[in-house]
Design a protein around this ligand. Structure first.
Ligand SMILES: [Zn+2]
Length: 309
């Protein structure tokens, strides 16, 4: 080996070191993440409900973090949900589905991608569910479908509203038709909620897409969304390629969907608790400031009529 080859190899080594990217695991275990101004300490984001104080980006959070923020730590009871047989189709591509499940369970501490719990808001008993995007992209398989159904069943049996925080890429490819059938199952379950006149609230969070948007995420009595969330069925590039037209920059965001009537209200994470509480109070005519206000107003108007006469 002459000195030129040696020098070239050394140069290549330096280049590789510079180009080397952190693995997913390293990024997850790091104290840092990134936002508009570059690196930001996770602790700093955590103190601000995982919302960037500079650009208001609502970072993704897991179901427990969400329940802690909205309903208060230790103020909800997690419910056991059935776990059907893993990997019914024996799926394998670059990795086996069994391995993917194993890794996701280890990473998230959850047995499936949807967490169901019972809690209270404004002194109203409610059943809640939330998806974890870190569990195979928040996709829905049979176990997740069962979890949502268990939540809805609990809500109906106890005559409670059902609130869901959606996230995820759609129905889980590794379960094929079994996953797709969860769209019909969840839709039918929501119909039962509605037959019982129980409020069904949806909070769309980043990202909600595919079969999730095509089923339970768009069937709410009220649709809230966190600012800047991606809410879509098919991806923007696919649609752009099909319709051969340029689409607006804010296409498929909470703001665009609110403008076009698919989202009722965009709510900042810090305000979700109040908004969910007051909407449920109004819908159920319970513990509502508006109800007591309207009583006061009617009293006032009686006084006014007396004085005037
Ligand atoms: Zn930011």
């Amino acid at each position: 080996m002459n000195w030129i080859t040696k020098a070239l190899r050394f140069g290549e080594k330096i280049k590789n070191e510079i180009r080397k990217r952190s693995s997913k695991e390293e990024i997850e275990n790091s104290d840092w993440t990134s936002c508009c101004k570059g690196p930001i300490l996770k602790k700093e984001l955590d103190d601000n409900l995982w919302v960037c104080s500079s650009c208001n980006k609502h970072h993704r959070i897991n179901p427990k973090q969400r329940f802690d923020i909205i309903f208060g730590k230790n103020n909800y009871e997690i419910m056991e949900t059935p776990i059907p047989q893993d990997d019914p189709l024996n799926w394998k591509d670059a990795k086996s589905y069994k391995d993917r499940l194993k890794n996701s369970r280890k990473k998230t501490g959850m047995s499936c991608g949807v967490l169901v719990a019972k809690t209270q808001i404004n002194n109203i008993n409610i059943t809640i569910a939330a998806s974890n995007f870190s569990f195979i992209g928040g996709s829905i398989g049979q176990a997740e479908g069962e979890a949502i159904l268990t939540g809805i069943q609990h809500a109906i049996e106890n005559q409670q509203p059902f609130v869901i925080f959606t996230a995820g890429g759609g129905m889980r490819m590794f379960e094929s038709l079994i996953a797709l059938s969860q769209m019909a199952r969840t839709t039918l379950a929501i119909n039962e909620l509605k037959k019982n006149n129980l409020p069904y609230l949806v909070v769309l969070t980043d990202p909600t897409a595919g079969g999730i948007t095509a089923s339970y995420a768009m069937l709410g009595d009220i649709h809230f969304a966190e600012p800047g969330a991606l809410i879509a069925f098919a991806g923007k590039r696919v649609i752009q390629g099909t319709v051969k037209e340029d689409l607006p920059a804010d296409f498929q965001t909470s703001e665009y969907l609110e403008k076009n009537g698919f989202v009722d209200l965009i709510v900042q994470r810090k305000d979700l608790k109040n908004k969910i509480g007051s909407i449920l109070s109004i819908l159920l005519k319970k513990n509502s400031a508006i109800n007591s206000l309207s009583n006061e107003t009617s009293k006032d108007s009686r006084t006014f009529t007396k004085t005037a006469s």
